[in-house]
Write a protein that binds this ligand. Structure first.
Ligand SMILES: Nc1ncnc2c1ncn2[C@@H]1O[C@H](COP(=O)(O)OP(=O)(O)OP(=O)(O)O)[C@@H](O)[C@H]1O
Ligand SMILES: [Mg+2]
Length: 323
């Protein structure tokens, strides 16, 4: 049975789409049959994979509102193990169109029932809101992956998100788990990034992924070429970061085939160059180490974290007041 992971945070621009697209591509490159579902009316994940869905008549909109089969809406991509159900701007109206639909939070759950058998991973890119679309994703998901941008006000709104998760768990999806909190757009040169990182780790503990996504210009360029980063620049730090994230998830799920112990170690650059060239299995990555854009090891934060206890007031935690 496939695992459904919703990439969600109602805060805008924190790296949800970048993470959904590149995690899905990295899982697919590891030969895991993967489906990416774009449930955001902005359709950034769709365009990021080179799909212009605006003239399409079989998108996630038709799946949710008209009840067409998701199999009919799934498109092939440049990666053999990756398929995508694109979004459409019409989805903006879905909330209103579904007002009379009974159990409207469970529409996606029902639609995905048949899809779980076909894929090992189903990754859902959510919109920046906690409305009906995100609610559908959280109800259908086994887990939520929460990207947190290493920037000002990083933790703002997380309390509201955690509250929504507990409401969903209580009323809609008892088994919803937190897959992990992912630090994104990390820059080890910035005191602020280090402050956010240590504060998030202090609050969420081992729920924070070991892998950290560094700020990398290749990650922001790749969507305009309609490609996940591993097909755009195989040697970029962004490619390495998302392969590390996929590896962390695969290992945890017991889906990672370890190389025999007597295999010679693969040099990092050689391995990365070979891995994304096609839909082939990645070399076993070492435990992930946050690196700077220039390839330096970022390591644990070395600066004093602000004396601000977020445990009582996550929603109002504002980091980076003192750079
Ligand atoms: N690690 C990164 N390094 C550099 N740029 C990044 C990185 N991650 C994301 N970006 C850029 O930051 C912007 C916001 O990222 P993204 O679209 O993934 O966020 P989002 O949370 O999906 O936004 P929205 O809430 O609007 O859906 C994009 O321009 C993206 O290319
Ligand atoms: Mg997005």
């Amino acid at each position: 049975m496939g695992k459904v992971i919703a990439v969600a945070n109602q805060k805008g621009g924190v790296g949800k789409t970048t993470t959904a697209v590149n995690l899905a591509a990295s899982l697919a490159a590891a030969e895991q049959p993967t489906l990416l579902i774009d449930i955001d009316p902005q359709a950034n994940a769709s365009s990021g994979l080179g799909i212009n869905s605006q003239k399409m008549t079989r998108t996630i909109y038709e799946v949710i509102v008209d009840g067409i089969s998701p199999t009919d809406a799934a498109l092939k991509t440049d990666l053999a193990f990756l398929e995508v159900i694109p979004s459409h701007i019409n989805l903006v109206g879905a909330e209103i169109e579904m007002i009379d639909v009974p159990h409207r939070e469970r529409v996606l759950t029902k639609a995905l029932e048949s899809m779980r058998k076909k894929y090992t991973y189903i990754i859902i890119d959510c919109p920046p809101s906690l409305g009906l679309l995100t609610l559908n994703a959280l109800t259908a998901a086994d887990s939520i992956l929460i990207p947190v941008q290493c920037e000002y006000y990083a933790l703002e709104g997380l309390g509201q998100l955690l509250n929504t998760i507990s409401i969903v768990k209580k009323h809609l999806n008892q088994t919803l788990d937190i897959e992990g909190v992912l630090l994104t757009m990390y820059d080890s040169r910035l005191r602020l990034s280090n402050q956010v990182s240590s504060e998030v780790r202090r609050y969420f503990g081992d729920k924070v992924f070991e892998t950290v996504i560094t700020r990398n210009v290749r990650l922001s360029e790749a969507p305009s070429h309609g490609k996940p980063v591993l097909l755009y620049d195989a040697l970029s730090i962004g490619t390495k970061n998302y392969i590390d994230l996929a590896t962390e998830i695969l290992r945890r799920d017991g889906n990672m085939t370890e190389a025999p112990a007597n295999d010679p170690p693969v040099p990092a650059t050689q391995g990365r160059a070979a891995f994304p060239a096609g839909p082939v299995a990645p070399p076993p990555a070492p435990a992930s180490v946050p690196t700077t854009e220039n390839g330096g090891v970022a390591g644990e934060p070395t600066v004093d974290a602000p004396r601000h206890d977020v445990s009582n007031d996550v929603p109002s935690a504002k980091l980076g007041q003192n750079r």
